[in-house]
Design a protein around this ligand. Structure first.
Ligand code: AMP
Ligand code: MG
Length: 408
């Protein structure tokens, strides 16, 4: 195992060789899931003015020394309008939620705490007098200008993956579009004489090609734009031709699955060595050895294993951080500390075992999802996460604790 590169070293090298892709502006309606390129500071106070949080009456608290005081209603202010008059002693202004509180008022009394009955139809000004059933103090039912956000405040940091509430926030600051990282374009290639496109019948000895759509889905989940090419036959010319088609699409990243092993029909590495350069291809990872990394010109190349579980796990461990790096994000993989629900043997390679998590009492309990064969994709379908058995560890006894990387 001495010739196997530790996962951490492979990752460090990959990250050192990938760089930020740059930014583009997108309208808010297209910003979900995109990665913010630069910090956003508020250009406004929010709320931008003292506003009423209730339907009721804007008053001078000084007038309401005891319950039962009657005030004269001198005006009406609805949301979107202002009241330009001044409240004098004993006066009130009818006000609706979200309306500007007149500067001469300092509290709002909800209509329910008065004798007014709008009958669900507030109409226009209504009664010219209102009796208030309570006292008031300064600030009651008023949302102070800037109580949510003050002008100049940092609202969203560079590298934020935009969520619905972030987009709403940007709109409430008056922004129409945002500068976000460009999405990496990824071309996915595969090869194998046994691979049949779903929808066709399966001649003896063949299987359906599944890595292409799975890797494309992962890449899209991670914010990339994927193109899947039809899989190539197991010939040097077939594999080479597929590389040429892929490179002509000018991707930011090229990903292949299968054909990086030492089988008689494994041409990927040979073609990679011919067209570009192999960085390394022996990483101390299970499942997933062999996994090739290299470059063709400026295009990073990830030669993932063919076995579907290996393909997905290695994509998760090496491709995802590379894509995040290219889009200016920190690694956002989530892990939980889980208790082993059974004895778990390992072989000293850094292992990512498929586990289901259940909760008994406080901690999550991890159980393997059956066979850990790297071809058994159903083991990933049932998995909540990947149990990380660190390099050099041969055994995790039942009851011991280890990190589980959560799968989405
Ligand atoms: P290879 O690396 O070409 O030896 O492939 C390893 C295993 O993964 C073999 O069992 C292949 O049939 C399988 N495999 C390779 N590519 C794919 C694919 N695109 N979809 C599903 N299985 C694949
Ligand atoms: Mg093959």
């Amino acid at each position: 195992m001495a010739d196997l590169m530790p996962v951490s070293e492979a990752l460090a090298r990959i990250l050192s060789e990938t760089s930020y892709l740059g930014a583009e502006r997108v309208p808010l309606a297209r910003a979900l899931g995109r990665v913010l390129e630069a910090d956003i500071f508020s250009r406004l106070d929010l709320p931008p003015f003292d506003s009423s949080s209730m339907d009721g009456y804007a008053v001078r608290s000084i007038d309401l020394t005891e319950p039962g005081i009657t005030l004269r209603v001198i005006g009406d202010v609805v949301a979107g309008r202002t009241f330009d008059g001044v409240l004098r002693a004993g006066e009130a202004v009818r006000i609706m939620t979200g309306a500007v509180v007149p500067s001469s008022a300092d509290a709002v009394i909800p209509v329910e705490q008065t004798d007014a009955d709008w009958g669900g139809h507030p109409g226009s000004i209504g009664p010219t007098h209102v009796t208030i059933h309570r006292t008031a103090k300064t600030g009651d039912n008023i949302r102070q200008q800037g109580e949510n956000v003050v002008r100049g405040q940092l609202i969203l940091g560079a590298g934020t993956k935009l969520r619905p509430q972030d987009i709403g926030m940007a709109a409430s600051l008056g922004l129409t579009d945002l500068s976000v990282s460009r999405q990496p374009t990824v071309v996915i290639i595969s090869s194998g004489d046994e691979l049949i496109k779903p929808g066709n019948s399966l001649p003896p000895g063949t299987i359906y090609e599944s890595n292409g759509v799975m890797l494309a889905a992962l890449i899209e989940q991670w914010g990339g734009v994927a193109t899947v090419l039809p899989s190539a036959p197991d010939t040097v010319e077939g594999v080479r031709g597929m590389f040429e088609v892929a490179l002509a699409l000018n991707p930011d990243i090229l990903v292949s699955s299968a054909g990086v092993s030492v089988g008689a029909a494994d041409y990927i590495r040979a073609v990679l060595a011919d067209l570009g350069e192999i960085g390394f291809w022996k990483i101390n990872i299970r499942p997933g050895k062999p996994l090739a990394y290299g470059r063709i010109g400026h295009v990073p190349f990830f030669g993932l294993p063919g076995n579907p579980v290996s393909a997905m796990v290695t994509a998760e461990i090496v491709l995802r951080p590379a894509m995040q790096h290219m889009t200016g994000q920190a690694d956002d993989a989530q892990t939980v500390l889980a208790v082993m629900g059974e004895d778990i043997p390992s072989d000293g390679r850094q292992s990512y075992l498929r586990v289901m998590l259940s909760r008994e009492g406080g901690s999550p309990i991890a159980h393997l999802t059956g066979t850990q064969s790297s071809g058994a994709l159903f083991s990933l379908v049932m998995a909540d996460g990947l149990l990380i058995v660190p390099e050099g560890v041969m055994f995790l006894p039942k009851g011991s604790q280890a990190e589980v990387r959560l799968l989405r």
